[in-house]
Structure formats: structure tokens, C-alpha cells
Ligand binder design. Structure first.
Ligand SMILES: Nc1nc2c(ncn2[C@@H]2O[C@H](COP(=O)(O)OP(=O)(O)OP(=O)(O)O)[C@@H](O)[C@H]2O)c(=O)[nH]1
Ligand SMILES: C[S@@+](CC[C@H](N)C(=O)[O-])C[C@H]1O[C@@H](n2cnc3c(N)ncnc32)[C@H](O)[C@@H]1O
Ligand code: SF4
Ligand code: SF4
Length: 339
């Protein structure tokens, strides 16, 4: 297993299979790569099936135990089932999707070896959903969640980005997962670093506090030191036994990477862009390494290099100055200037 200079073992890879998408979410960071808008057809710059599999086989040699497929919208790749089937057996395979293509394909993905899925669902309300995703696919997404559950994927995590447009809908989403078996909720702090619009930020600590009051159990996940809250439905919390089952509970995880050195200190993943660049950190584009036509030994070397150059973004790459503001650590200024 490879470990970076900051003692962070690399146990997972996050592979973006395309930067195309059928949605146009107002907040989208596209895994650090900018715009998802553009043609929907397969593009020449995307890694081929063989490229993806070759990279995963090399990563497995370094004891990488998990792969997350993402995008853009990874289900626009018609070879996703083949990629999953050819992923080394030693890796846990998970997928993050907007859910629209799960109906009709969820079962084949499971047959191929998919073990977990996260489906982005920012609201339980058709109009609000349309406003955030700029798509009319609300019903398809709900169908997609059902298809994933029916195919045996358990839990299905719903991803909700918490920002000004959605913050008011958090309580009903929490009830939704508490009252529906098989669902979990991941509340993702809105990340303005790559999208601009800091005015959309909300105070994620208030969400933590609210959940801490409601939860009957709180866990810490090793990855990113994320907190997980186990909560009952609101009827159960009010002592109203006429509603949900008293013992019906749901898990709510908070992903709060923004200005959070603890999150970065517990970051164990390397990324790959849709066009085959290794990338050490979501928030940086100055450490990209192209794999292009590389042979296996060259990919091994590039992977070692990227791990060796990984730097926790908050707390090391960015540090607080005397006024408490985050600024680029002088150590990395030259490197940054070369981009
Ligand atoms: N800054 C930062 N944000 C992350 C990181 N990992 C996840 N996120 C944020 O969380 C979003 C959702 O992540 P998912 O694709 O659902 O996967 P995950 O939650 O990381 O993984 P699992 O919970 O294991 O399924 C990402 O698109 C980011 O916005 C990370 O390493 N750094
Ligand atoms: C870039 S999307 C790619 C996968 C798929 N298209 C989807 O939406 O699930 C991966 C995750 O990033 C989240 N995300 C996108 N932009 C974000 C931002 N600015 N802040 C926080 N999370 C964001 C999305 O909500 C989604 O859960
Ligand atoms: S569905 Fe995913 S990739 Fe597409 S715009 Fe929304 S967040 Fe971005
Ligand atoms: S170092 Fe921090 S910002 Fe960069 S990918 Fe890891 S958790 Fe995200």
C-alpha cells in the first residue's frame, strides 16, 4: 500500500468516466473539472474500457481496495457494466449517479459486480428538484432509486448538496430516509471552491448541531473522519406512536470538506479524470499527470509519483494567515505559478 508524505494511505480511487451529463445542476463542480455542458455523445478524449481496466489493475497491485465510478454522469457510458465486470475482484465497486438511467440497468450493474450506489437527489419536491438540477427528470430519479433497491443494492445513499436553495428541505429528507428501509442520506456541504458563488454557502455546523440533538447514536467514519447520525422519523421523535415504526431509523452522514483540515488529513483517495489524468486532490488541478498511452510500468510509476506529491488541501496546501484567512502556503507558490 502506498502512503503519502503526510502518512495518508491510499486505499481508494475515484474514477470519472465522462464529463458529459444529462443534467445541469446549478452547483456542479464536475469533480473539479468545470462545466458538464456540451455534447452528449461519447467523446474521443474519454478513457477507453481497456484504459480504465488497465489503470484499476495497477491500482489493485498497490492494495487499493475500493473504486468509486463518477462523472459527469457515469451511466452515460454504455460500457459501464463491462468496466465493472472487469474491475479486479479485490476492489469494492461503488457508483455515484444522478439515477436517471438506473431503471432498466440496475440489475445488470449488480450482476456485473456493483456493490453500492449513491443517487443524487437534492429535493423531494418536483419544482425544487427542477430548479436545482435544471432537468425535468424527477420521476425518473425516484424510479432509479426504486430500481436500485429492487436490484438488491442496500443501502442506497441519497446525496443532497446543502446550500441556500436546499437547506430548508433537510428535515424532510432526514424523515424520508428514517422512514424508508434501505435508504441513507448523505448531506454534502456545498463546495464553492470550484464553482464560485460563495454567497450560496450555509453554516454546516448548524446542521451538525440539529442532527446531534435528534440522533440516538453518532458514529465517526474513518474516511475523512465524517460523522454519521442515526435518527428516528419525526413521529418517533415527537413520541407519536401512531406514525412510523418506533424503531425505524435512518443514517445521515455529513460530508463537510470545506476549510476542514481534519477532513483532508483523513483523505485516502486518488482521482482519475475522464481523459485519463491522475489527480491527487479534488480541489487542485496543478498536480495532474496524464496516463495517455502509458504502459503498465509507466502507470505504476505515475501512480507512485502522484501519491508522493499528495498534499492535504486545507491545513497544508492552504494555511491560515495572521488574520485567520486561508491563503496558499508559500511552499507551493512556485508550483502553483507554473500552471
Ligand atoms: N473536497 C472533497 N470532497 C469530497 C471528497 N469525497 C467526496 N467529496 C464530496 O462528496 C461528494 C459526494 O461523494 P460521493 O461520490 O457520493 O462519494 P463519497 O461520499 O465520497 O463515498 P461513499 O460515501 O463511500 O460512497 C463529492 O462529489 C464531493 O462533493 C473528497 O475527498 N474531498
Ligand atoms: C459531480 S457528481 C457526478 C456523479 C453524478 N452525476 C451525480 O450527480 O451523482 C458527484 C457528486 O458531487 C456532488 N456535487 C457536485 N457539485 C458540488 C458542489 N459544488 N458542492 C458539493 N457537492 C457537489 C453532486 O451532488 C454529486 O452527489
Ligand atoms: S448530475 Fe452530477 S455531474 Fe450532472 S450536473 Fe448534476 S452534479 Fe453535475
Ligand atoms: S485533500 Fe482535502 S480537498 Fe483534497 S481531495 Fe482530499 S479531502 Fe478533498
Amino acid at each position: 500500500m502506498l502512503t503519502d508524505e503526510f502518512g495518508r494511505e491510499v486505499t481508494g480511487v475515484r474514477v470519472s468516466l465522462t464529463d458529459r451529463c444529462n443534467f445541469d445542476c446549478v452547483y456542479c463542480h464536475n469533480e473539479g473539472l468545470g462545466d458538464t455542458r456540451g455534447p452528449m455523445d461519447p467523446q474521443d478524449d474519454e478513457m477507453s474500457t481497456d484504459d480504465v481496466v488497465r489503470f484499476l489493475e495497477v491500482a489493485a497491485e498497490f492494495d487499493v481496495r475500493a473504486v468509486k465510478f463518477t462523472g459527469g454522469e457515469p451511466m452515460l457510458r454504455q460500457d459501464l457494466e463491462e468496466i465493472i465486470a472487469r474491475t479486479p475482484d479485490t476492489m469494492e465497486v461503488s457508483l455515484t449517479t444522478n439515477g436517471t438511467f438506473l431503471p432498466g440497468r440496475a440489475e445488470a450493474l449488480v450482476d456485473a459486480g456493483l456493490e453500492r450506489v449513491n443517487v443524487s437527489q437534492d429535493a423531494l419536491d418536483r419544482e425544487q428538484f427542477a430548479a436545482v438540477t435544471q432537468s425535468g427528470a424527477y420521476d425518473k430519479v425516484l424510479e432509479g432509486v426504486d430500481a436500485a433497491l429492487a436490484a438488491g443494492l442496500d443501502p442506497v445513499k441519497l446525496n443532497m448538496v446543502v446550500f441556500q436553495h436546499t437547506a430548508g428541505y433537510v428535515p424532510e429528507m432526514v424523515d424520508h430516509v428514517a422512514e424508508n428501509d434501505g435508504l441513507q442520506l448523505q448531506l454534502i456541504q456545498y463546495m464553492p471552491e470550484l464553482t464560485g458563488k460563495p454567497e450560496w454557502n450555509i453554516d454546516i455546523d448548524r446542521v451538525h448541531d440539529w442532527l446531534a440533538e435528534r440522533a440516538d447514536e453518532i458514529e465517526h467514519r474513518e474516511m475523512h473522519n465524517r460523522r454519521r447520525y442515526w435518527v428516528g422519523g419525526s413521529d418517533a421523535a415527537d413520541g407519536d406512536e401512531s406514525g412510523s415504526e418506533p424503531d425505524s431509523r435512518g443514517m445521515v452522514e455529513i460530508v463537510d470538506p470545506v476549510e476542514n483540515p481534519t477532513f483532508c488529513a483523513n483523505c485516502h483517495r486518488v482521482r482519475v479524470t475522464h481523459d485519463g489524468y491522475l489527480k491527487g486532490c479534488l480541489n487542485r488541478n496543478d498536480d495532474l499527470k496524464p496516463m495517455g498511452e502509458m504502459t503498465r510500468p509507466e502507470i505504476r510509476e505515475a501512480f507512485r509519483d502522484v501519491v508522493a506529491n499528495r498534499v492535504p488541501f486545507y491545513g497544508e496546501y492552504m494555511v491560515r494567515n495572521g488574520d485567520g484567512e486561508w491563503e496558499l502556503n508559500e511552499k507551493y507558490v512556485d508550483e502553483y505559478a507554473e500552471v
